[in-house]
Design a protein around this ligand. Structure first.
Ligand code: 13P
Length: 255
């Protein structure tokens, strides 16, 4: 299976800064079989970056979308409007769930809208610090998976990517800690088991990424966890040399 290294720039970089970063990144990286590199800039940068991009080297990712295909939804961007610009769309990121109050229903509809529009959703799931403390991690992950994928048919499963991002390990969260690979491994197992019990053997082909304080120094350990097919990188993806180091490690680990 492919390895995905996805940089989530969140609400950082102007259009100009995004363009300069991408230019430098395109110069730095060499394509590698089996490695898919992608970046998720701000919505406003998607269009200019799409013109600058060499899609054989890097794909574009939207950070969010609206599940409706068109209509009176001021300030929203339909997945249908992202067609041709991006290959992937992050859905259900914890910042969308907990800062902007997105519900399971919103997320389920966004996943379905992405599939309907031929854009691969990267469905983010993950427990909060308090859910972890109260031993609810397994239930939370199962619920978020079941709900997010509720409208996905077995045939469309191959069009989905899952990202496990424990909320307590995201660098921008106050008091965030770095998840040790054993923690991550348990949750990846759980996710894989749930997918298999729901969808059967086909679920083995669903890529599962890890995200949360990924850096050049810990990325190798996450990438060697069985069942992990790549990384969703936040803060470290904003620093070109760090993102490139992560890409180089992925090449080494996966070769
Ligand atoms: P950090 O890598 O900054 O912890 O962010 C993770 C994340 O939220 C990626 O989507």
């Amino acid at each position: 299976m492919r390895t995905y290294i996805v940089g989530n720039w969140k609400m950082n970089f102007t259009i100009g800064e995004s363009s300069i970063y991408l230019h430098k990144l395109l110069k730095k990286i060499t394509p590698s079989r089996g490695l898919q590199i992608a970046v998720a800039p701000s919505l406003i940068a998607l269009q200019p970056l799409s013109l600058q991009l060499d899609r054989k080297k890097i794909k574009l990712v939207a950070q969010n979308c609206c599940a409706k295909d068109f209509g009176a939804y001021t300030g929203e961007t339909a997945v249908a409007q992202l067609r041709g610009l991006v290959d992937f769309c992050i859905v259900g990121h914890s910042e969308r769930r907990y800062v902007f109050g997105e519900t399971d229903k919103d997320i389920r509809e966004k996943v379905a809208a992405c599939i309907r529009n031929n854009i691969t959703p990267i469905l983010c799931i993950g427990e909060t610090e308090s859910e972890r403390t109260f031993g609810e991690t397994a239930d939370v992950l199962r619920d978020q998976l079941a709900s997010g994928l509720a409208d996905v048919s077995k045939e469309d499963l191959a069009k989905v990517i899952i990202a496990y991002e424990p909320v307590w390990a995201i660098s921008s969260v106050k008091g965030a800690r770095v998840a040790v690979p054993d923690d991550v491994s348990c949750c990846i197992d759980l996710i894989r088991k749930h997918l298999k019990s729901t969808y059967g053997k086909e679920a083995e082909d669903i890529p599962v990424l890890y995200g949360g304080s990924v850096s050049p120094s810990n990325c190798g350990a996450y990438l060697t966890i069985p069942g992990v097919n790549g990384l969703l990188v936040g803060a470290s993806s904003l620093i070109l040399d760090q993102f490139n180091d992560i890409i180089e490690t992925a090449k080494r680990v996966r070769s």
